[in-house]
Design a protein. Structure first.
Length: 114
């Protein structure tokens, strides 16, 4: 009787383990599909390819968007490129005060150039 109870519990736990593994696999699959769809049909700033994001930054003139990119893009080169496009001293000063090392350093250098 006890052996049957333990066997039943082990089967339930194994089933839960398999279910969790399948869910984790599906989440990974969906995130890869989402990334591919975003790369193909999404906005350039959402693209996972930093070359495409850098090319988009080169077309931008809106300093508020450039500031957000400088502070939040996960690629340092894209953030640096965004800082290089900013000409407003007040925006550069905001970036220079940030914790983002590459953007902060580039902003300080740009302020000195102005």
């Amino acid at each position: 009787m006890l052996a049957e109870l333990i066997s039943g519990i082990v089967k339930v736990l194994f089933g839960l383990f398999v279910l969790v593994c399948v869910i984790v696999w599906l989440i990974g699959l969906f995130s890869r599909i989402r990334a591919k769809l975003t790369d193909r049909f999404g906005h350039e700033l959402n693209n996972t390819d930093e070359k495409i994001r850098k090319a988009y930054v080169m077309k931008l003139d809106d300093e508020d968007i450039l500031k957000e990119i400088a502070l939040n893009d996960y690629d340092d080169e894209v953030a640096f490129q965004a800082v290089e496009r900013i000409g407003s001293k007040s925006v550069l000063e905001d970036i220079a005060k940030s914790d983002r090392f590459v953007a902060s350093r580039a902003a300080k250098r740009r302020i000195d150039e102005l």
